[in-house]
Design a binder for this molecule. Structure first.
Ligand code: GDP
Length: 278
């Protein structure tokens, strides 16, 4: 491959939000390994790159949602949704709730983003067609942990299969956010274990993914990532670094605003998207 072709490959990775440093690193490693391997055709090189990226995404990671009845041993399975505002938390909570009811399971939604009445209304809109209850605060600005606590009791006492807790994502004050999320988790755990804490990352935010993952991981602990807005031109390459450094698997991807626009994360499809080979 010519220098220009190597540069164009590096640009492809950078444009896909893999990160400037990581992209340079990937290209350098390949060039070095090719010196050992000898001359390869551009096609062979592309397939090597593809393999390297797939490897970096740890294809063997467990990407299932741990919400089956066997796993929860008689309790409701609890999923807490976290993430910066606008990433698609509430929408994703609604989509997951639909998936669960499609499997003939019952679900209850908790609107623990008590500062935005609109967030609770949005949840109601998702809940109504599937007949799910929404637990919300009586007044705007109520205590989010108390909503989460009430919802956990409701889910437990009513033998609801799955509880999904939607939270606020104001990042302006990191300490408050961390305290609030930690408290939500603790109060739910007074009733039953939390099986999944899903961080919703917006593919269009570029390189910010790793930083957000670190903050939320510290605040509440994460079991998985949902990468939203992959239906646009953004490739979401920043999750490569998130998976590689924090070992948190991407479990689901958001492919639009509609009810069925949620899909499992498939490593190979994702890599082909980054390399522009869909
Ligand atoms: P929240 O503040 O994190 O709860 O975010 P919302 O769920 O309110 O979503 C913010 C906006 O992003 C809404 O207009 C959603 O319809 C939109 N959205 C959410 N997920 C996706 C997705 O996968 N693709 C696209 N194109 N839009 C999405």
């Amino acid at each position: 491959m010519s220098d220009e072709e190597w540069e164009s490959l590096e640009d492809t990775l950078i444009m896909a939000d893999v990160g400037v440093e990581a992209s340079a690193h990937i290209v350098d490693e390949l060039r070095t390994s090719l010196r050992v391997k000898g001359k390869l055709s551009p096609e062979e090189i592309r397939s090597l790159i593809r393999e390297n990226l797939i490897e970096a995404l740890h294809p063997d990671m467990d990407r299932t949602l741990h919400i089956t009845t066997e796993e929860t041993e008689g309790n409701s399975a609890v999923i807490i949704m976290v993430g910066v505002n606008g990433t698609g938390k509430t929408t994703t909570a609604g989509k997951i709730a639909r998936l669960i009811t499609a499997e003939e399971k019952s679900v209850v939604l908790a609107a623990a983003d008590t500062f935005r009445a609109a967030a609770a209304d949005q949840l109601e809109t998702w809940a109504k067609p599937i007949g799910a209850a929404v637990i919300r605060s009586e007044k705007e600005g109520g205590d989010p942990a108390s909503v989460a606590f009430d919802a956990a009791r409701y889910a437990h006492d009513g033998h609801v299969d799955v509880l999904i807790v939607d939270t606020a994502g104001r990042l302006q004050n990191k300490k408050n956010l961390m305290d609030e999320l930690g408290k939500i988790r603790r109060v739910v755990e007074k009733t039953m274990p939390v099986k999944e804490v899903l961080l919703v990352l917006d593919a269009t935010i570029g390189q910010n993914g790793l930083e957000q993952a670190k903050v939320f991981s510290e605040a509440i602990g994460l079991t998985g990532i949902v990468l939203t807005k992959l239906d646009g031109s953004a490739k979401g390459g920043s999750v490569i670094a998130v998976q590689d450094t924090l070992h948190i698997p991407v479990k689901l991807v958001g492919l639009g605003e509609g009810p069925d626009d949620l899909a499992p994360f498939r490593v190979e499809d994702f890599v082909d998207g980054i390399l522009g080979e869909e």
